[in-house]
Design a protein around this ligand. Sequence first.
Ligand SMILES: [Zn+2]
Length: 352
Amino acid sequence: MPGLRNAIFRTAMETLYFSGAHVLMRPLLGGVGAILTLHHVRPPRPDRFQPNRLLEVTPEFFERVIRRLRRSGADLVSLDEMHRRMIEGDFSRRFVCVTFDDGYRDTFEFAYPVLKKYEVPFAIYVATSFADRVGEMWWLALEAVIARNDLISLRIDGRDQFFDCRTVAEKRNLFDQLYWWLRRLKTEDELRHVVRELAARHRVDVVKFCAELCMTWQEIAQIAADPLVTIGAHTVNHVILAKVSETSARSELENSRAVIEAALGTRPEHFAYPVGDKTSAGPREFRIAAELGYKTAVTTRPGVIFRAHAGHLLALPRVSLNGDFQRPRYARVLVSGAATGLWNGFRRLNVA
Ligand SMILES: [Zn+2]
């Protein structure tokens, strides 16, 4: 149902914008700060079938948001500074942190020049298998299989099933269906197994997306040398942590930190849970991150930061800069915190 949910959200955003309600709600929902989530920042592509487009914004939209933030009076700060303010209770000024997930080359190519121009600190959460060129960006493999075929076959419960996907509408529909079916599988192993088989049948190379889209270690080292940049960990294999054993989850959090430290000489102190919604990271993952000594960890649960999050620094919500909402007026609503209030049902803390 992501489409319907987006439609409702968009209508609500328009209503908020035109009613000015976001200004009135600001003291209630604005919290003490916000952490923005970004994935891709890159020029738009013409393809009509882009089911993962919600993970990207254009460089122009990104610059508008950053310019607006710079003028907003909020402090654009690093994760370390956010952490300091949270533990010291220094809430005299509202803060915004800018974060990127996964370690895409377009973060370097398109986002970094904007952030440099406005001198904005930012963080990149690196999944180490992507930089190592062995990671499985399974959601892109699924997209490629559907994009390149009119008919696909998939083994479900030991039986081959066939799906027509000739038109763009059929492709979008099938992607949604299969994506959510995969996300509902009980274990990460099952998910990976299905996608590997699906990709092999349709001659899509699951690991080639890393080389195409992600930064090399050399590029990561180059960007990490800038004092504006914080490199955080994001597991080794980009697994949905809640769907692996406690031992595996712990080693994903530990090993990704070790690999980054070995590559860059700096030990990451901040972490982002892959996928990051409630079905991907919960109390067990928050506890592991705390036990391993991470200073902060972010989810993708939508929301702004409140004082009370000082007691939940390993379960921080974020505000997504989503490709579906690339109109300048949305940026203001998003940053005010009113929009995320819509998502989380006006609950202040969503940490269970
Ligand atoms: Zn990710």
